[in-house]
Design a binder for this molecule. Sequence first.
Ligand code: CTP
Ligand code: MG
Length: 239
Amino acid sequence: MFAVVPAAGRGERFDPSAGGSPKQYAPLLGASVIEWSLRALLREPRIEKVVVVVAADDARWPPLAASIGESGIGAGKLSSTSGGATRQESVLNGLRALGATAAPEDWMLVHDAARPCLDGADVRALIEALDGGAGGAVLAAPIVDTVKRESGGLVSETVDRTGLWRALTPQVFALAQLEHAITDAASRGITVTDEAQAMERLGFRPRLVQGSPFNIKVTRPADLAIAAQILRTMGEKAR
Ligand code: CTP
Ligand code: MG
């Protein structure tokens, strides 16, 4: 079992002027967002290696990787490769980098660098959901709010939220199948926003695993303060 952590985004919604320091490097409770995002993966003994996909010109990653290595968390597990223009290209590059070490049927967990509040218990639940022949699995949280469809700034309808979930990460699929699914979507000019979407296109039905609704993606500036509060509440479990 392996993990791919896409971290090559520019974080435009978080800070359009971020330049060389996108949100994954924003300081968060004495570390950076990405260090928190990696923690539960590096600590999971069933994950052999974690490849972080960073922008080709990312000067922040190498020293950070060295310091994570020295900290002893997941010693020897971490490597990196270069990302692409979209998240799906970045994930594909990560899968290809692991292709040299991993077998086609090996499980690949894909987790956003921008999700620092991942609980180790959710990683374990996701992995355990693969027992019994699932073709893949996705952490998700049921939608609790009433959902509206907008049209021209006005509400056009209330969408029945029964059976609707927010897809989170990690998501886990077999290397060769996921690589094929993402390549197939790309070859048809389709941009998918998560791994499950690429797999669903080809008829797969990933298992939904209920995870913590606090596994948020840092997207806008206010999310950073929310993430800090969540991590404080998670307390020792998160450290
Ligand atoms: N990502 C990536 N390569 C890209 C785009 C995104 O590896 N070309 C990563 C991001 O670094 C992030 C994850 O995919 O960890 C989820 O994407 P998102 O939250 O959309 O991050 P950004 O694309 O960086 O943000 P924005 O869309 O606001 O620019
Ligand atoms: Mg994006």
